[in-house]
Design a protein around this ligand. Structure first.
Ligand code: DAH
Length: 356
């Protein structure tokens, strides 16, 4: 019995895995295992022999079983340790650098304009970029022969011969959205419309696609004084300092009277600072909405009146963030975008004062 014990204790100690251990269990204490067979032979023994052998065999069986159990636990432990070592992960290592995109200055300024005008009660209106020439011109009191049509270097959509639909253009300004929102909402109204506009023009200060924000306020008693206040509020909020405006009499077909608006600035060493100095910089066109334009939008000009303005978004982005070249806005040069772009968590907001 001692040989049997030594043999199995030795084999169990050497078992390499659970499968080998299971084989040993079957060999030793399984139904037909060596120890089990011995126990079965107890029946043929004399009572005296049995009294000696019985407890011994039982003790042997117990010893083998607990050796099997202990070895099984040890094997499981070893396997777990091996897995833990293999799957070990150093969470203190610095993270791998990820390239994050940035917010384009045009998107940023678009948002800033929206926030400032929203604060003054203006809603955002939208219109299509492919527009009929009626909305883009006629409804704005720019008739077919008017030089403004030619001046605007309009892109016309191609028409196949025989296609009799009215001409469509890429909108040359955001002003057609005035008409669309008058039609949709009537008066009174207060909207801005930021958006893309298109003109066939390309040089240092012009790109064929650029951005404008249109403004329109219509009510019973709106005047140029309201326009001036709104614009000065806007520029002061936008530039984060008090900014004076200068109104110069001008002409637009869709407003009467019309004014071009300059903001106060100073030129020094080739760069410009807004809100100080004795120079002026033209930034937008504006005026009182022409009665014919109100009529085209379905609003009775004997009852309602209002102001409108149109401003270049790219232009005021360049002024605020010191960006010298307009064309670079649309080059998609990653170095430029990383330099002038805004991290998404680091954008100037209205509640943060809007200045960077
Ligand atoms: N639509 C004009 C342009 O693109 C700008 C403009 C001038 C808009 C006067 C207006 C306005 O609403 O009243 O040049």
């Amino acid at each position: 019995m001692d040989d049997l014990r030594d043999k199995y204790i030795d084999l169990i100690g050497k078992a390499a895995d659970e499968a080998a251990l299971e084989d040993l269990r079957v060999q030793a204490v399984g139904k037909k295992g060596e120890i089990s067979l011995q126990m079965r032979s107890l029946g043929k023994m004399s009572p005296e022999e049995r009294q000696v052998m019985g407890p011994k065999l039982n003790a042997l069986k117990d010893e083998i079983n607990s050796a099997l159990g202990a070895k099984k636990a040890a094997l499981a432990d070893a396997a777990l340790n091996e897995r833990l070592a293999a799957e070990w992960l150093d969470v203190t290592l610095p993270a791998r650098g990820t390239r994050r995109g940035s917010i384009h200055p045009v998107s940023q300024v678009w948002e800033e304009c929206t926030a400032i005008f929203a604060d003054m009660g203006f809603a955002v209106a939208e219109g299509p970029q492919v527009e009929t020439d009626w909305y883009n011109f006629d409804a704005l009191n720019i008739p077919g022969h008017h030089p403004a049509r030619a001046e605007m270097d309009t892109f016309y959509m191609h028409r196949a011969t025989g296609d009799e639909r009215p001409p469509h253009v890429l909108r040359t300004h955001t002003s057609p959205v005035q008409i669309r929102s008058m039609e949709a909402g009537g008066a009174p109204t207060r909207i801005i419309c930021p958006g893309r506009v298109y003109r066939a023009d390309y040089d240092q200060t012009h790109t064929p696609m650029f951005h404008q924000v249109e403004g329109l306020a219509i009510d019973k008693d709106i005047s140029m004084a309201n326009l001036k206040w709104v614009l000065e509020e806007f520029f002061s909020a936008y530039f984060g300092r008090s900014v004076k405006t200068r109104f110069r009499a001008s002409h637009f077909p869709f407003t009467e009277p019309s004014a071009e608006v300059d903001i106060q600035c100073q030129w020094k060493d080739g760069s410009v600072t807004v809100g100080e100095g004795d120079d002026w910089l033209e930034v937008l066109g504006s005026g009182m909405v022409h009665p014919k334009v109100l009529q085209a939008g379905g609003i009775d000009p004997s009852e309602w009146q209002g102001f409108a303005f149109g401003m270049g978004i790219d232009r005021i982005a360049m002024l605020k963030y010191g960006i010298p070249d307009l064309r670079a806005f649309f080059d998609s040069d990653l170095r430029w975008l990383r330099h002038y772009g805004f991290a998404s968590l680091d954008v100037p907001t209205l509640h943060g004062g809007l200045s960077r």
